[in-house]
Design a protein around this ligand. Structure first.
Ligand code: ADP
Ligand code: MG
Length: 381
């Protein structure tokens, strides 16, 4: 049964009538442009074909009653009495979205809903942004304000930053809001301008979850952020986005060895993202794959956010004859890698790489062939 049918059936059973709306919002994977978002740079993600769905109906009062099938839980809150989370649970993502939308002047109405998704939780594919954007879309359906993907992405990012206390950039919410079928979205994280490009014909995107999670993520992330800000300040620039690789090559000796490596990653990664956009527009899977491999080496050696598990799965993928390129994706230290492979051989690729990774590490990975899907939308009626 599809997820849309699943939430619809559960809604009908719980509320004794069919839902008035079904909405969905996808998770995402970043093809290239890693650790560039907080440097005001470029990212190049796609919305994946795994999403969070909500079946809902409007209420006459200002309450939200939500049932999570995945958490086996039922929670309610009132829109005029939002309580900040003591300990973050799934309902706080809905409350945070309600809070930020009201802060921004949207008049909201309550709803009854059933929530379920198939974005793996906590593996770096942004199930949190999927839930936030699905919640925003639910409020849109019952409240009747205008849907502006960029405004919704910014609102949901604020919910995550300010209500949930997670220091994330704009990428996850932006791609979950504005993704396009069979296309990746180049996002300028400074202007929030986007440009889409088609994935090369005959190629498929495969997500490779190493099955490892590392506690280092938060401290490692904050430390990298500070190092980048310090390097930008040294050059007298607002962000590393504002220096090109030639100028950097001239001035790099001014920096200490560690700052130089960190800055070099970000500056070259921005340029790789723009070149990836050109490669995609040219339908050049080989060039795109090569950029992904360069990105991985840079993240591994200069930015130092890879891990032995990520390196192992990327090595297995890159050694496979049907792979154009592979790299770690997301913050790093564990989590997922992403590969571009020949569509016709994607299934065999998954088999071979799983085997190779198990032999190298003894860990069971999860690999999925994915398709670029649309951003947050109403799927029914
Ligand atoms: P991710 O990398 O998947 O975004 P996060 O820790 O940022 O991981 O967000 C995961 C949290 O989001 C979960 O612990 C849960 O609270 C919430 N969440 C995500 N998807 C769902 C879902 N389908 N149903 C209920 N809660 C969800
Ligand atoms: Mg998240």
């Amino acid at each position: 049964m599809s997820l849309a049918n699943k939430v619809k059936a559960h809604f009908t059973a719980a509320f004794s009538e069919p839902p008035a709306y079904i909405v969905r919002a996808p998770g995402r994977v970043n093809l290239i442009g890693e650790h560039t978002d907080y440097n005001d740079g470029f990212v190049f993600p796609l919305a994946i074909d795994r999403a969070t769905f909500i079946a809902l109906r409007p209420r006459d009062d200002n309450r939200v009653l939500a049932i999570s099938l995945d958490m086996d839980d039922r929670r309610a809150f009132a829109l005029d009495d939002l309580q900040p989370p003591a300990e973050v649970g799934w309902i706080d993502y809905l409350i945070g979205v309600a809070w930020v939308l009201q802060e921004r002047g949207y008049a909201l109405r309550g709803w009854d809903g059933v929530v379920s998704g198939d974005v793996p939780i906590g593996s770096g594919l942004s199930s949190s942004a999927a839930l936030e954007l699905a919640a925003a879309r639910a409020f849109y359906c019952v409240s009747g304000f205008d849907w502006d993907a960029k405004a919704m992405a910014l609102a949901c990012q604020s919910a995550e930053n300010e209500w949930l206390g997670v220091n994330c950039g704009i990428m996850d919410q932006m791609i979950s809001a504005a993704g396009l079928q069979d296309r990746a979205l180049l996002i300028d994280c400074r202007s929030l301008e986007t440009e889409s490009a088609p994935l090369p014909a005959g190629s498929a995107v495969v997500i490779l979850d190493t099955g490892t999670r590392r506690g280092l993520v938060d401290s490692g992330y904050n430390e990298r952020r500070e190092q980048c800000e310090t390097a930008a300040r040294h050059f007298g620039l607002p962000a590393l986005r504002d220096i090109d690789s030639e100028t950097f090559a001239e001035r790099a000796p001014e920096l200490d060895a560690l700052s130089r490596k960190r800055a070099r990653h970000v500056i070259h990664e921005n340029e790789r993202s723009l070149r990836a956009h050109d490669a995609m527009n040219a339908g050049d899977a080989v060039a795109l794959g090569k950029l992904m491999m360069e990105s991985h080496i840079s993240l591994r050696d200069d930015f130092e956010v890879s891990s032995s598990a990520l390196d192992a799965i990327v090595d297995c993928a890159q050694a496979d004859e049907s792979c154009y390129g592979a790299r770690m994706t997301g913050a790093g230290f564990g989590g997922c890698a992403v590969a571009l492979v020949e569509t016709d051989n994607a299934k065999d690729f998954v088999e071979r790489v799983s085997q190779c990774y198990i032999e190298a590490t003894g860990i069971q990975p999860s690999l999925y062939v994915t398709r670029a899907s649309s951003g947050a939308e109403t799927v029914w009626p």
